[in-house]
Every structure is written in structure tokens, then in C-alpha cells.
Design a protein around this ligand. Sequence first.
Ligand code: CS2
Length: 497
Amino acid sequence: MRLNLSSLATLPAHVQRPAYNPASLEVGIVHLGIGAFHRAHQAVYTDDAIAAAGGDWGICGVSLKTPTVRDQLVPQNGLYSVRTVARGPDAWRVVGSVHEVLFSPDQLADVVARIARAETKIVTITVTEKGYCANVAKREPLWDHADIANDLLHANAPVSVLGVLALGLFERFRKRGEPLTVMCCDNLPENGAVLESLLHHFVQRQYPQIMPWLRDNVRFPSSMVDRIVPATKPEDRTDAATALGVADEGVVRAEPFSQWVIEDNFAGARPAWEKVGAQLVADVRPYEKMKLRLLNGSHSLMAYLGFLAGFETIAETVTNASFARLVDALMVEAASTLEPFPASANVDVAAYRAQLIERFANPNTGHRCAQIATDGSQKIPQRWLAVASDRLARGLDVSALALATAGWIRYVYGKDEVDIPININDPLATEFAAIATKHPYDALSFADAVLRIEPIFGALGRNPAFAAPVKRWVSALFREGALAAVDSFSADTAFSR
Ligand code: CS2
């Protein structure tokens, strides 16, 4: 038996299930990029909001790159379970908000029709940082990126998120042109403004005739999303079968914590997300900066150095005392660059930091360093390098950030500490491999060449106040390994306090 609308009634009592009839929903939201994160985050808020306040907020989930999720969820009528991995026993719930799942390369016409339908009020997006095919600093598409180049040439067979969205918007404009909200839910600073700019640039080239409508009718609120959602493990499927009594191919695992801060800037109606824990605010920037620089910054730090030191997961890494001190030092550096929150927000950065350590240390999350280590070229600019630039501009030191950056550089060298190749999953992987081949085991020249990759480092890579300590740490990492380097950093920090 499979989880689906007919088996829903057979679920054991301990499994939370939709407090409404999922079959009766109409689609009000199109979500592009229906991976595990969306299913454990926005879809859960929407499930709760429908239960709390009703509304036709069914989600049409779209995959752009692989049909896996569609193939898992269509036989289940969109239903799937979320396994919440706390320190105590797991909790299971079945989510009913996903109404339909499409794979855009196979079902493009349906995707476009969904975006164009008047009943669709909101498009949300999680395609990861690299999915935008963008120069984020310039807020412009990478015009020579293969996917963007394809979409400019074949407007009716787009493969990129910008191409699919532009085609859907063009169709919406041609039909009745109702206003629409498009909300980015990826870990990018000012993600709404970035997406708006990317899309405007793209549409300007592809469908210039809709620009006035686009400017006046389509809103791009920013949002800060947070929940640690590791990749689903094989045991999640076996355990789901036991917990639910039916098979669930779409199960996702997630930590108990969840946060969603949304800029209150919608073109039309939206689910009552504020009734179920989301915060609707005038300005998301202070929240997103705190989350990106403290949570994601620490994550990336642990991912590279923890991996090199031989740790499998974030929890193992953060429970090592030297790593804990390094994470703390990175958070101190990052915290000094945050923006003030409005007094009414009631945010306590010290408590937030302590809570992060608790979350990282949850032994049941099973969040692998190797998973977070992917796509570093797309992540480290907003997680670390912006922090380093801010601090250097104020004459402050960048000790922990320099070691973090060195850890990433050592990682993209592509061989671990016992010379086993590392599978570098990054859009710039070929570039890193070419640099490594040119400078075999030459820590300084390798580091120097990587620091000169302009799209990642910009001017910071040429600033000796940053480059010099980074290079020193890269040498130390090649010489002594990550564990020894982190130990010596931690000993120095302890000494200097
Ligand atoms: C992680 C994030 O994979 C990564 O890069 O840092 O996915 C992180 O788990 C989420 O942003 C938490 O909200």
C-alpha cells in the first residue's frame, strides 16, 4: 500500500494529518523547485495556514531538472510525510498542501498555464543559489550560461527558472494580466530585489512589450527561510513505512525548528501564513543577514573543515571542542556586521547564536558536511566574504573568516588529506581542477590563483589584509591538516582571551 488519498484514513493516530480535505483544494500557488526544502518548509506553513484559515492554496509543485519528485508524488496524490528529528522521539506528519506535481521539460504547457491562470496568486521559488544562473553582485543573468543562452534562443522551450517564469508571465499578460506575487525562498541576500532585477533584465530581452505590465503588476517580496532539512536517507523510507503503515517515496526529514520571515509586499491575496508562525515584516534584511551570516556562514565553515578533518556530519563537527571555538569566533566576527532590528522585533542575537549551536549539535539530524559543501562558489560570497569586506572596511580583523576561506580553498583542491579525490560539486569545478593541475601541492600558488577568481572574490582577493592570512592557513592546512589547524586556531583564541 502506498500513501495516497485513499490510504490517508488508515494512518495511525500518532501521525498528524491534514485537518482539511486535500482533494478539495484548488491550486493558488505555483512552486518552482519542489525539493526536500520546500516540502519541509513553505508547504508545511501552507498546510497549517489552510487548516487554520481555509482558502484555495493548493500548491502546484514544479521540478525543472529531474522528474524524481513528480514520479514519487504523483502516485501519492501529492501527499508525503515530514519526519521531524528531535533529540527525543521522531514526530511524523502528512502534508496535504501539494496538489499537483509537474516536471517542466515534459509538461511545460501545463506549467505555463498554471502560472498564467487567474486563480494562481503566488509563485514561490527554491532552486538553490546556482539555479538563478546569475551574477548576484550585479543582479544580472549570466548571459553566456548554457541555460540562459538556450532560453534566449528557444523562448518556447526554456530550461532555466528565469526562462520558465518569463514564458509563464508572458502568457499571463496575454490572458488577463492579473497581478502576481513572485517570492524567492533561496538563501540569497535581498532575494526579492535580486530576483526582480534578474527577471526584469531577462524579460527586457525576451518580451520587452510586457515590461510596463511587469513593473506595475508583479511584486517580488524578499523572504528569509530557515529549517535544517538534510537530504532524505534510505532509512527514512523504511522508517516511514513502519511509522505510517504505508509506503512513502516522498518522505523528507527535518529538524523541529522552523522560521519564515516575509516582506509584506504582495500583489494580491495570500495564505494566512502569519496565523501559523510566519513573520510578516516591512524589511527582511536584518533577519536574512543574521541568518545567512550566522547560520549559513557557520554551516559552510563546518562543512569544508569538518569534512577535511574526517567528520561525517555537522553534529559531529560542532561537538569537537576546537571546532566549537572556531564556530563561536566566526559568529563573533559575523555578529559585528549585523544591522539593528526594530525594537518591536524582540531579537536577541546572543540567544539566537546559542540556539544555533543547539540546532547544529542535534545528533539525530544527520546533516552531512559533504551536502552543505556543494556549490561553495555560489555560497561563500554572501556567507563569509561580505562579512570580511565589512569588517576590513572598519579596520577589524578577519581571523576566523580567513581560516574558513582557507578551508574552502583546500577543499576545492580536490584531494583529501589522504590523497583521495573529493567529488567537487560546484559550477566552477572544472576551473578549480585546472588550477590544481597547474599548481600541484603548491599551497601558496594554488591559493593565490583561487583568490583571483573575480566572480567569487572581487577586490577582496587582492586585498593583502585578507589574502595574506588566508594563504597562511592554506599552507598550514596542506602541511598539518584541518584538525591540527583548527586546534591551533582554537588554542590561540583561548590564549588571547
Ligand atoms: C545549508 C542550508 O546546504 C546549505 O548550504 O547551509 O541548506 C541550511 O541548512 C538552510 O539554509 C537552513 O535554513
